[in-house]
Each structure stands twice: as structure tokens, then as C-alpha cells.
Design a protein around this ligand. Sequence first.
Ligand SMILES: *Cc1c(COP(=O)(O)O)cnc(C)c1O
Length: 380
Amino acid sequence: MKVPPCSTWLEIDLDNLRANTIRLREASGTALMTVVKANAYGHGAVPVARAAIDAGAAWCGVARVEEAIGLRRGEVQTPILVLGYTPPDQVVEALSHAISLTIFDLELAREYGQRAATAGGLVKVHLKVDTGMGRLGVRPEDAVGCLRKLLKLPGIEVQGLFTHFARADEPERPETLEQLSRFNDLLADIDRTGLRPELIHAANSAGTLNFPMARFDLVRCGIALYGLEPGPQSPLPSGFKPVLSWKARLASRKKLPAGHGISYGHAYRTARPSLVGVLPVGYADGFRRTNGNRALVGGRTVAVIGNVTMDQSMVQLDEVPDVGLQEEVVLIGRQGEAVIRAEDLARSWGTIAYEVVCGLAARLPRYYVESGKLTHRISE
Ligand SMILES: *Cc1c(COP(=O)(O)O)cnc(C)c1O
């Protein structure tokens, strides 16, 4: 495979993304919304959305209207749902791009309706119900009344009804079943009124994989499509493959004497004469300034030493004395038998894999692998 002409870059394997999409569709047997908010969790929204749609995804989910418009500019033609808050000032633009919006407040819904009606259109909305997440959503006991009013508002077309799970990645815990039971009770009430919207949805990746009865008409999956586990208690079933790798080239290698300070603050000192390398990767790329970082060099795991700086980090190379300048270094991914997963980095940083990949900076060039070939770069 061709190597990008860059100091550091991301490789996004769209073949793996397609395979994960198909795997998830087979496992769920339900229509799939591919969640591509936050630049597809750092993977690149347009190429990811297009590949997932190619592999059978029916919908795209984003957090904000700007993200939805970015997809339309990238010729994504599936329905798109904005899962988060939309200011009324963006409603006409959303309407003109056929973007569906989330409703969690009647006042806001009235505003949306007025704006849409004035523009001569009907904005499609999904009513969100808070069954236990404590974030956006109307309370379950208010949902039927809210739906009735929503259905009468000019400028509004109700397309869906949904909820979101707080703890679906902990399948042994009772909260997801409790949320599900509140949601099912609500659906029973709605069915008695004959007002059931076309699309009912609830499950994120963990919900989809761990709670088959939560799949309804559509599942909303992000993290599993990227081949990353939703949480430590929610490993992915076999067949899912990570999509993203983070690579760099070794920028420098030199021998330093014993007792030599490394990087700002000299937080590390060589204990003996040491071979020290420099990686062109720093905290401004999303590589955190914490202890315990590692990299793969020459097929082995080596320690990052001293403080990570904005654009560069140092590594201890005594175990791989033959490694040459410009040689490939891996921050996330595989090199021979050695692997660093985004989940491993997350654990070492005290966070979740979501935050690791979302934190990969815009300045990192994204290269896309298709049919086993590094085909194109899409700059942002
Ligand atoms: C982000 C998000 C998802 C996707 O969650 P994953 O855990 O990445 O599958 C689904 N639904 C809503 C409302 C979200 O905000």
C-alpha cells in the first residue's frame, strides 16, 4: 500500500466500515441510522456516511444542522435527523435541505412550525422522550399530550418518536429494561389514540447489540460501525473490525548520555545512555499530555518519555535499535503482532474510546483505504 507523504496521518479503512455496517444490519435485522456526528467520530463524515449508505444504511444521524448541511453538500441523499438542539433561526435552512429535527419542547416546536409555515413548508420532526437519560426529551407522562399538540401545529410533520439509553453498555444493569418498559408503556398509550408516528427508535450501538427488544423500526449506531466497543462491559461480537489507524514517521533518533533531561520540565531523565526518538505528534493532534503513553515502532511497543509537547513526543528506542529514520510509527492500530487499540488509549487516559477518536485534531490528514488501496485524501 502506498504511504502518504505526511509526517502523521489517519488511515480510515472504508472496507472495514462497510463490513461493520453489513454485520450490524445482519445482527439487528433493522433499518440502520449511521450516526456521523462530530465528523463521524473523527473518521470524516462524508466518506463514512457514503460508505455506510453504500453498505445499506438508510438514515444519517448528526448532532447539529451544520453537520447535516455538510452531508448534503457531500451529496448524501438519505434522510438525516439532527439528534440535538436546533435554534429556530436554522429551521428554514434545515427545511430547504430536507433535514429532520428533534423536538423536546412544545414552545420550540411552535417556533419551528411558524418559521416553516412562513417559508411555505413542513418541517419533519421526531419527538424525543426522556425515559431515563436525564438529557433532552419530554417526560413520558407528558408525551401523549405533547404528541397530540404537535400533530395539530401548522408547519410541522411528525415523522418519528424516540428515546435514548443511559446505560445500555452495561447489559447486566436494570436501567435499560426500565427505560424500555417506560417507552413501551408510552407506545401502548399512543397506540390507543391511533397517533403512532411512522418511525419508533431507541437503540444506540450498545442497545442494538445487547437489547434485541429495543430495536423497533430503526437503530441509531455510531461507535460499533467504527469497530470500537461501546464500553468495557460491552465488547463487540466477532466480525467487527476497527476502522481507524493513526500513523506517523520517526522524525529523529539519537543517542543521549545518562542523566539527560527530556522535553519541557525535564519530567523524564535518561537512566543510562539511551536511544531517543522524536515523533511528529503532540497534544495539538489529540495525543494527550499524560504519562504512560506508548507507540509501536519496529513491530514493538515502546514508551513515550518526557512530557508530550504541542507537536512532538519523544520515545525510548533502546529495544528497537535498528529502526530507521522515516520509518512508520503507529499510535492507534497494528504493526506486525503489536496492537494499540483506541480502547487501550482510552483506558490509559481514563476516558472512553469515543473521546479518543473525537479528539483527533482536524489538522491530521485523513486518508481513506478502499478495496485494500489507499485511494484518496479528503481535506476538511
Ligand atoms: C450519539 C448518539 C447515538 C449513537 O451512539 P453510539 O453509542 O455511538 O452508537 C445514538 N443516539 C443518540 C441520540 C446519540 O446522541
